[in-house]
Design a binder for this molecule. Structure first.
Ligand code: RP5
Length: 164
């Protein structure tokens, strides 16, 4: 199976991105985690993205805050799909990160999830890998059934409590 790269602009993003890493673990996805900054270590960003295909990566998840150019810079150097996670890390509450991640020019897409949407980034990456991994597709179906069962249980409980 191809690997997922989880790239963060700073170790200060880790508390949010733990949700992504634990979701990848839950589905048994091979992954690597790196701290690479579009601004502080731009050469490393270039090198990582340029070698992503030959290093066996199928998806790159790029998490960054403030002027969040990491996803866009990585996407500039590879054809591996890049998922951007805007991190809420400044006085602008993550709106800065969201806009600088999502507003890519035509030709260089970054599939952007919600501010701090770490778990959804992992799930989207897994969905991409599942296109060529039937066992993963099955695991995702089971995940959705489990989610639906949890909501149904909450629905039943709240009805019971409100009616009591
Ligand atoms: C971004 O700046 C990082 O992704 C992080 O969200 C933010 C702050 O980084 P630190 O100053 O905490 O290292 O590049």
């Amino acid at each position: 199976m191809k690997k997922v790269a989880v790239i963060m602009g700073s170790d200060s993003d880790l508390s949010v991105m733990n949700g992504c890493i634990s979701t990848l673990k839950q589905f048994g996805i091979p992954y690597e985690v790196r701290i690479i900054s579009a601004h502080r270590t731009p050469d490393a960003a270039h090198q990582f993205a340029s070698a992503a295909i030959s290093n066996g990566f199928g998806v790159i998840i790029a998490a960054a805050g403030k002027a969040a150019h990491l996803g866009g810079v990585l996407a500039a150097y590879t054809t591996v799909p890049v998922i951007g996670v805007p991190i809420k890390s400044s006085t602008l509450d993550g709106l800065d990160s969201l806009l600088s991640t999502v507003q890519m020019p035509k030709g260089v897409p970054v599939a952007t999830v919600a501010i701090n949407g770490a778990e959804n980034a992992a799930l989207l990456a897994i969905q991409m890998l599942a296109l060529s991994e039937p066992a993963l597709a099955k695991a995702l179906e089971e995940y959705k059934l489990q989610m639906a069962a949890e909501v149904a249980a909450k629905d039943e409980r709240i009805s019971r409590e409100v009616m009591a």
